[in-house]
Design a binder for this molecule. Structure first.
Ligand code: GAL
Length: 427
């Protein structure tokens, strides 16, 4: 399990060495190079099936509208763990990409507080964005009254995907709504010899953990974890972590990333997986990216157990880093990311709903129609792994604690490590 972290650190160190070789950690050398203002470097981690298609759709609009060239600086690896490690190095070295994807919430605010981003209020004024984006979302990307990014979407984290065929064969007749029902269904699938719960690399376990915490603690107690009233050490958290242990005991061997884990469900090798709704883009969109599966038949979905009525959200947003070599090009990209046309091209492929409230809803069908409805009616909770509630340093500590737990299955040690991380990084 340590492999991925070592890989991430190696990527970061390699990046640092390259940058040092070019400019000695000082961007003067880089600035003196001729800058190609026709090219805009866009940094994300959307390289895999499903994710890359959404980016490509927005890229095409950008190139057509601006006449500029999109340079894809994406670093592979779901949830951006490897990308974010390299990005930190680049930002610290003063050699940012022209624009990068950062999660709305504590993660983005971390970049702002480190002095790495320019405010983009001027774009909100020019494009009237305050009128079309939810106030709650703007608050998550603001620091001291200034706005620092352009959100392109809303994703849902707490989704349980399942194979109707595997559940039928296992005799699971009702979709599990509580954690106890989930454990019972997993046990039934196990008896059939199929994989009860598909998981991927380390971050996907943290992704599962956030859904289990929400389902076990309830929305109020989960939301309180990010306030001065947090309780990481009490009996409710012990119970939630024991629930996590029970559910993890049904996990198959970790796949390399979220796509191969999700595929086990869509192809009928596994019963369940808990994954964000980017999985929908991957399942549903046709080959050349997605698997071309039929929703309701090859796969189906429900809120992860215990979380019905709550939308655990996250949002991908693009930024204007201080010192971007092609600042004008980055602004041109941000305008496309902010636009209705850009969001309506990107999101149906990405498996997300638009951040803008004036999108063409006829484009959001199947799962995405449900997501639009739930986003406007459900209670809200923020994601851990995807940057809403925790900044990057806190997320890394949680990931390490879960990585250790995967090997030890020691609930008391996990609880202590999570409580210490909250003390070190929380409010
Ligand atoms: C999230 C990101 C999503 C999706 C997912 C899997 O962090 O917000 O857009 O890319 O990772 O890679």
């Amino acid at each position: 399990m340590r492999r991925r972290w070592k890989a991430a650190v190696a990527v970061a160190v390699a990046g640092l060495l390259t940058l040092t070789a070019c400019g000695g950690g000082d961007d003067a050398g880089r600035r003196s190079q001729a800058v190609d203002h026709r090219k805009v470097e866009v940094f994300s981690w959307w390289t895999g099936p499903g994710e890359a298609d959404g980016l490509k759709a927005m890229k095409e609009i950008f190139e057509r509208r601006s006449g500029l060239r999109f340079f894809d600086a994406a670093v592979a690896g779901g949830s951006g763990d490897q990308a974010r490690a390299l990005l930190t190095t680049k930002l610290q070295a003063g050699t940012p990409p022209d624009t990068f994807q950062g999660h709305a919430g504590a993660e983005l605010q971390g970049y702002v507080r480190a002095g790495q981003l320019e405010p983009v209020d001027f774009l909100y004024d020019e494009l009237g964005l305050r009128d079309v984006l939810p106030r709650q979302l703007i608050d998550q990307i603001s620091v001291d009254g200034r706005i620092y990014s352009v959100p392109v979407n809303i994703h849902r984290s707490n989704v349980m995907w399942f194979s109707p065929a595997v559940l039928r064969r296992a005799g699971v007749t009702e979709v599990p709504k509580t954690i106890d029902e989930f454990a019972a269904a997993l046990e039934k699938v196990k008896k059939t010899g199929k994989i009860p719960l598909a998981i991927g690399s380390e971050w996907t376990m943290v992704h599962l953990l956030e859904s289990v915490l929400l389902g076990s603690l309830g929305t109020d107690a989960y939301n309180a974890l990010w306030t001065a009233n947090s309780d990481w050490s009490g009996p409710a958290m012990t119970k939630a972590l024991n629930d996590f242990k029970t559910i993890m005991s049904y996990a198959g061997d970790p796949s390399d990333d979220w796509q191969p884990a999700a595929k086990q469900v869509a192809e009928g090798y596994a019963g369940f997986t808990v994954m964000g709704d980017w999985a929908y883009g991957y399942f549903h969109n046709p080959p050349d990216g997605g698997l071309g599966k039929r929703s309701g038949t090859d796969f189906d979905w429900a809120p992860s157990p215990g979380t019905g009525g709550t939308f655990m959200w996250l949002s991908d947003s693009f930024t204007l880093p201080k010192g971007a070599l092609n600042r004008d090009g980055a602004v041109a990209w941000l305008k496309v990311a902010a636009s209705r046309e850009g969001q309506d091209a990107f999101n149906p492929k990405k498996g997300s709903i638009p951040a803008r409230r004036d999108a063409d809803t006829s484009l959001y069908t199947g799962y995405l129609a449900d997501a639009l409805k739930d986003w406007s009616g459900d209670r809200l909770a923020g994601s851990i792994q995807h940057g809403v509630n925790v900044n990057d340093a806190w997320r890394v500590s949680i990931n390490e604690a879960v990585g250790v737990f995967h090997a030890s299955r020691d609930v008391a040690a996990l609880q202590t490590a999570l409580a210490e991380a909250a003390k070190a990084f929380g409010r």
